[in-house]
Design a protein around this ligand. Structure first.
Ligand SMILES: [Zn+2]
Length: 155
């Protein structure tokens, strides 16, 4: 019995026919290449988005700096006769702040997705670890949550 088991073991260890693993390797290589191309496309999209958001932030910041400079030059007394101007300027500034916050929030998401790309975890949900549907990633390349976890977060 011991001999039989040893023979069985030995037979198992003999390498299988050459053609089969070669073909399998080729298929997985092709698949990996296709996946790689798609990932690269996502990376390009994310990098472009990051540049756009960074530019937007810079613009908002320089606008805020200009307004501050204007304030220092004119002092608030200049507004005393024109409270409407002050109100509209305050409104504009509040608006910029809100836009700046949402741009920063977006930028954070994009950077997070790029980090996931580098770590090789891109396309996986941060919350449940399940793969995020390709259609969702094509629509929102910066998505770090699957649709279900996102819905749960927003409810
Ligand atoms: Zn999830």
């Amino acid at each position: 019995m011991a001999v039989k088991a040893a023979v069985k073991k030995k037979r198992k260890r003999t390498p299988p026919a050459r053609s089969k693993p070669k073909a399998a390797a080729k298929t997985s290589r092709v698949k990996a290449k296709a996946r790689g191309n798609e990932i690269e496309k996502f990376r390009e999209q994310l990098l472009a988005e990051r540049t756009r958001l960074e530019e937007e932030l810079r613009e908002i910041e320089s606008r805020a700096a200009r307004v501050d400079e204007f304030d220092r030059a004119t002092e608030l007394s200049a507004y005393e006769d024109h409270p409407a101007d002050l109100a509209s300027e305050t409104f504009e500034r509040e608006k910029d702040l809100a836009i700046g916050e949402s741009v920063e929030h977006m930028l954070h998401k994009v950077i997070n997705a790029l980090e996931k790309l580098d770590r090789g975890t891109y396309g996986r949900c941060d919350a449940c670890g399940r793969p995020i549907k390709k259609a969702r990633l094509r629509a929102l390349p910066f998505a770090t949550l699957c649709l279900m976890c996102q819905a749960r977060l927003e409810s």
